[in-house]
Design a protein around this ligand. Structure first.
Ligand SMILES: [Fe+2]
Length: 384
């Protein structure tokens, strides 16, 4: 039996942010609202716009505007404390994946005792529903607006490491997905977040956990993002292209919300942790190589896997996996991104470290083809 589940109400379309007043009134527990974002949202006037709409309905709006890329345990502890003290009736997360993930964790933890490490290390279970949470993405993007998990980084030790906080109670109540909000996204961010969405969609399609509904979303996402990311990179003000990108990213999120990611994301995490490579770029660096690797699926339990890789290759406008890998690399070059690990200061010693930390549980075994340490070594050494 095939199952697909996603409970997030999606409000998609240009100017959909204007609906926020009505949406908040429907879901808030009381009239104190907390907005969680990075600092650019106020610089762009988006926070003021939301404040004006919500304050008309006599809501009290408070903000936390200090989210940074790759949120840490410490940041989540800070926002959780703030939310518990503030007794808010609703939390709005606005921004890229980091802001949405920070808001998502804050919403759930503020109604459950303890801090984030209690849940990640002591296997404490989430028992209570969180504060209602509305997600507003401004990148196309991570798909975090429709997933039940949040990526959090622990970097207070000598080694930074990625963790995932996940629970069915963590889904947003509503995702307001407004392409106009992505018009201000700079070209570099457009490129790397777009490649994250592309990786997620491709991984969802070849994932062992795929289902017919996730498949549909994944294939549409691959085509939309692959065919539009470079145009969005070059012409940031093209609203029609921004709409296609944001819809593609949303579909990528809807796809991998049910399948999870695979080897590409698994290996990307130590690349980000050890070398500060942005998430989407870390994924894109190894995406083409895994496409070729997975095209040689030799697992008799997954007889249909090679057909699925062929379908991905087709969506990437290619005849075979090697050509598709080249197309991904060319796309990266056209967007001024590095395609080699050595361009990011990664050498052979670095490869050993990446291999040591690259086998993320729940992700690597979801890859259609089993990955050994030796396989990963060969992939990474060819990317130097
Ligand atoms: Fe991702």
């Amino acid at each position: 039996m095939e199952e697909y589940y996603n409970p997030v109400k999606i409000v998609f379309g240009s100017s959909s942010l204007n609906q926020i007043g009505k949406i908040v009134e429907k879901y808030k527990l009381n009239n104190k609202i907390l907005i969680i974002s990075g600092k650019t949202m106020r610089e762009l006037g988006v926070i003021q716009r939301i404040e004006t709409i919500l304050e008309k309905n006599e809501n009290v709006v408070e903000t936390f505007e200090k989210v940074f890329a790759n949120p840490t345990f410490r940041l989540i502890d800070e926002t959780t404390l703030l939310a518990r003290r503030g007794e808010y009736g609703l939390i709005i997360g606005i921004g890229g994946g980091s802001s949405l993930d920070c808001a998502k964790c804050t919403a759930i933890l503020s109604k459950n005792e303890g801090n984030i490490s209690d849940y990640l290390f002591n296997y404490k279970n989430i028992t209570n529903s969180g504060i209602p949470f509305i997600a507003i993405p401004t990148t196309a993007g991570t798909g975090s607006e429709v997933t039940m998990w949040a990526t959090v980084w622990r970097n207070d030790d000598e080694f930074k490491k990625k963790y995932s906080m996940s629970d069915k109670k963590m889904y947003a109540k509503v995702a307001i997905v407004d392409p106009e909000l992505t018009l201000s996204l700079p070209p570099y961010q457009t490129a790397i977040t777009g490649l994250d969405a592309l990786s997620q969609a491709i991984e969802a399609y070849w994932s062992r956990n795929h289902n017919p509904t996730s498949d549909k979303h994944a294939l549409e996402a691959i085509s939309l993002i692959f065919n539009n990311v470079e145009i969005a990179f070059k012409d940031s003000t093209n609203l029609e292209v921004r709409e296609k990108m944001l819809f593609g990213s949303l579909e990528s999120g809807l796809a991998f919300s049910n399948t999870k990611t695979t080897a590409v994301h698994s290996v990307s995490y130590p690349i980000t942790a050890l070398y500060n490579v942005p998430h989407g770029l870390a994924c894109a660096l190894v995406l083409g190589s895994f496409l070729v690797f997975n095209s040689k699926v030799c697992n008799e339990n997954l007889p249909e896997a090679s057909d699925r890789i062929e379908k991905i290759v087709e969506c990437l406008d290619s005849q075979n996996a090697l050509e598709a890998k080249e197309k991904i690399e060319n796309l990266m070059k056209k967007m001024n991104l590095p395609t080699k690990l050595s361009e990011l200061g990664i050498d052979e010693n670095g490869i050993d470290l990446i291999i040591k930390e690259g086998f993320t549980k729940g992700r690597i075994e979801n890859n259609p083809r089993k990955v050994t340490k030796n396989d990963l070594y060969k992939i990474l050494i060819n990317l130097l």
